[in-house]
Each structure stands twice: as structure tokens, then as C-alpha cells.
Design a binder for this molecule. Structure first.
Ligand SMILES: [Zn+2]
Length: 107
């Protein structure tokens, strides 16, 4: 997965195209993510009792990760993400995400 929770992403398609927001939740198995305040859907709740008002609840709908671009925290540009594997001192390999534009490692 190239996109993780709390990443800043730019939306590439749909009604909020071009907007930037923070990733709230990712479903890796479905390759979908939701972004804070974007791609909102409105759910209407009917009143349950007499005299109660119906409610409208706005919530961010899940989007395909293919429609999101990570905004690099180092250079601030929407970018594709590469992978870099480095060996740690203990001889284990660790994988990092790398910005394709500035080549910096993204935590
Ligand atoms: Zn960058």
C-alpha cells in the first residue's frame, strides 16, 4: 500500500477533484481510502419517534486509491510513490516509501 492513514493526499477524480485532505481510514483489501471532509455523502436518518426530527449526517465516502495521489511532505507536490529498501545495522531490511519527484524518504 502506498497510502496510509494520516497521509496528505490530493484527489484526482470525482466531485472533489484537485482538493487536498488527510486520510482517515484505509481498507487495503479493497484498495480504498476515505479522506477527511472530502467526497462527502449525506445519509438521511428518519425520525424514530413521533415529534423527532430526521437528521442528515455527512460522512466521507471511500474512494479508490487509484484516484488519490500522495502529497509529499518534503516537497509539497502530489507524487507517485516508489519503494526503497535499506539494510539496518542488525542486517534486517526495511522498506521505505520514496517520493518520485524529490527522491526523499516519506515516513
Ligand atoms: Zn517530494
Amino acid at each position: 500500500m502506498n497510502i496510509k492513514k494520516n497521509d496528505k493526499v490530493k484527489i484526482l477524480a470525482g466531485k472533489d477533484k484537485g482538493k487536498i485532505g488527510k486520510v482517515l481510514q484505509v481498507i487495503p483489501s479493497e484498495r480504498r481510502a476515505s479522506v477527511e471532509g472530502l467526497n462527502l455523502l449525506i445519509k438521511h436518518l428518519r425520525p424514530r419517534k413521533n415529534g423527532e426530527k430526521g437528521q442528515r449526517i455527512e460522512f466521507p465516502a471511500f474512494m479508490n486509491i487509484a484516484n488519490l495521489a500522495l502529497v509529499c511532505p518534503k516537497c509539497g507536490r502530489p507524487t507517485r510513490v516508489g519503494a526503497k529498501v535499506t539494510k539496518t545495522e542488525g542486517g534486517k531490511s526495511k522498506k521505505f516509501r520514496v517520493c518520485k519527484k524529490c527522491q526523499e524518504i516519506i515516513e
